[in-house]
Design a binder for this molecule. Structure first.
Ligand code: 5AD
Ligand code: SF4
Length: 451
């Protein structure tokens, strides 16, 4: 009886901020921790280990980390054996400063050091405070030894890390290092393993997937990698994110024609509609070049859905520059848009610019742009009413248990009525209603049920 607690697994509380790369790092982190018998808890007060996986892409990321860490100070007092760690991009940037400023913090580790968590925990267990922010120019085999976890029928596979683009506003090349591709064989074996555990849809992720294969272990081009994944039995759908407009090739554009497993959606961040802002951002393309790629995609695939990212209020952005962005939104009519106010990232080129805009102007411009986009998104959704779309069924709708929910190949959420109850199948749904952020429909039972 008295030994009952000895076999209790240790518990980790993990909080993740930021992008899909961070989600993927957290996923790998949990895999490495599972190997040493940690289980996850959603209660920090029950945890033996607390980790915050941080993001520094925008805003006052550092302050957010310090205030989050503040919440755990008391817990450490109550339980001196508790280990607290900070990972991710803020950890990479701040390094030892984080330890200095936070006496109750034990471990700081950057994105290249996720796989070292076991060693770091050993050191912390020996009452050492450790910083692991070294960069690794290659990808070691053991970094991705624990493949991505299968969370239901969809999963993410990281195909590369880092970025060589150095857009003038962006912190990523400094926190995630130079671009390195994983070996295609490792990516395929991740996809095969996921497929055998029931995953139907994989999303390939990287900061700039179009340049996959040009660095590190990448031994095939990105379109070739997509073709190889399409041949994996059981994988029914493939998505990829993020594509850089300057690197998207005609070969990739034409691949949508030959490869039905490729979802009819592309995320193509434009950032601004003004040529002078694009130049100052160092994006490597003009408004005209961007628009011509969009028009080719729309001409070849009228049903394709296109989403994008925009930054408003970049240093020196004039009223006319902003109007160029508004007119680009009207010309393209994105299906979905993620828009942000420019925020200074220390160490980037743009942080040296002197013509920063006042907050009121940035926030006014963002507000107007978002209002316009809301209308466009809604009207793009309305255009789908009456159409029959293929949906990957994800499960019961949380809002109405009589309905099932899933996503269309063009990345819309659809709630629909059906006799069938299983998830993981591809079904045809007739769209009957559109709301600003989702669709409603009826399963077309006579239609094709693929699996
Ligand atoms: N300020 C505002 N937005 C930014 N992004 C990246 N860096 C910044 C910054 N300094 C946005 C870009 C990018 C998205 C992931 O975040 O739009 O595409
Ligand atoms: Fe940042 Fe530009 Fe690289 Fe995207 S392409 S991660 S915006 S530097």
């Amino acid at each position: 009886m008295e030994n009952i607690h000895q076999h209790e697994p240790k518990k980790v509380f993990l909080e993740t901020f930021g992008c899909q790369m961070n989600d993927n790092d957290s996923d790998r982190l949990l895999g490495f921790l599972k190997d040493i018998e940690y289980i996850r808890t959603d209660k920090p007060e029950k945890a033996d280990l607390i980790i915050i996986n941080t993001c520094s892409i925008r805003d006052k990321a550092e302050q957010k980390v310090y205030s989050t860490l503040g919440r755990f100070k008391e817990l450490k007092k109550e339980n001196p054996g508790l280990i607290i760690g900070v990972g991710g991009c803020v950890a990479q940037q701040e390094g030892a400063t984080l330890l200095k400023r936070t006496p109750h913090l034990d471990i700081v580790f950057g994105p290249h050091n996720v796989h070292k968590i076991k060693e770091l925990l050993n050191e912390a267990g020996n009452k050492k405070r450790v910083v692991a922010t070294g960069f690794n120019e290659k990808i070691d085999d053991d970094e991705y030894a624990i493949g991505p976890s299968a969370d239901g029928i969809k999963a993410f596979i990281s195909i590369m890390r880092g970025c060589n683009n150095f857009c003038s506003y962006c912190i990523v090349p400094y926190t995630r290092g130079r671009e390195v591709s994983r070996k295609s064989a490792d990516i395929i074996s991740d996809a095969q393993r996921l497929a055998s555990s029931g995953v139907k849809e994989v999303s390939l992720i990287g900061q700039n997937v179009n340049s996959y294969g040009t660095s590190g272990g990448g031994d095939v081009s990105f379109p070739e990698l997509l073709r190889k994944i399409a041949r994996v039995d059981g994988i029914e759908r493939i998505r990829f994110i993020t594509s850089h407009p300057k690197d998207i090739s005609e070969e990739l554009i034409y691949l949508f024609k030959d490869e039905p497993k490729l979802c009819r959606h592309i995320h193509l961040p434009v950032q601004s509609g003004s040529n002078s802002v694009l130049k100052a951002m160092r994006r490597g393309y003009t408004r005209e070049e961007y628009l011509s790629k969009i028009m080719l995609l729309k001409r070849l695939y009228p049903e394709i859905s296109i989403s994008s990212d925009i930054i408003v209020g970049f240093p020196g952005e004039t009223e006319a520059d902003y109007e160029d962005t508004i007119s680009l939104l009207k010309a393209v009519r994105f299906d979905n848009l993620f828009s942000f106010m420019y925020s200074v990232r220390p160490g980037t080129k743009a942080s040296e610019f002197t013509d920063h805009l006042p907050l009121e102007i940035k926030s006014e411009r963002l507000h107007l742009l978002q209002e316009l986009q809301k209308e466009i998104t809604f009207s793009r959704n309305l255009e789908l009413v009456g159409k029959t779309l293929e949906v990957l069924v994800e499960g019961q709708s949380r809002i109405d248990p009589n309905e099932m929910t899933g996503r269309t190949t063009c990345n819309r959420i659809v709630n629909f009525t059906t006799e069938a109850r299983g998830s993981g199948s591809l079904v045809d749904v007739v769209i009957t209603n559109a709301s600003p952020n989702s669709l409603k429909g009826i399963h077309n039972e006579r239609g094709n049920i693929c699996s």
